[in-house]
Write a protein that binds this ligand. Sequence first.
Ligand code: SF4
Ligand code: SF4
Length: 121
Amino acid sequence: MIETVPGIILLHKFKKIGNRLFMSIVGIGAKLFSKNTWPTKFKRIATSILPVDKGRKGACKRCGACCKLPNPCPFLRIDKNGQCTCKIYWFRPPSCRKYPRTKSELLTPETCGYSFDRTKH
Ligand code: SF4
Ligand code: SF4
């Protein structure tokens, strides 16, 4: 029985390593398939010279979700009521002004005040 204890400890360690490896692979996979990445941010910046899709409707609710793609912007301010403000609002770049420019660029549908009407193009 005593001889099996190191074996159980070793097995436990392998299981822990296996779990961590699995979670890392899942994390990498999720990041690869997610649109919330720096390359997609650069793509939004590059395409921000194009007009906003005519089918866009709604208004910004100042949820701040788009200012956290893919990481929180240093100019984002959140007050005690959860209302978001841009510290450089009048100088913010076109990619911020036009977000979400198209339906495919809308990465924050859960909280964003904008949506897209499929019939208008
Ligand atoms: S510059 Fe302003 S609008 Fe653009 S991401 Fe930062 S906080 Fe948001
Ligand atoms: S995600 Fe939409 S509603 Fe929220 S701050 Fe950005 S544009 Fe405004």
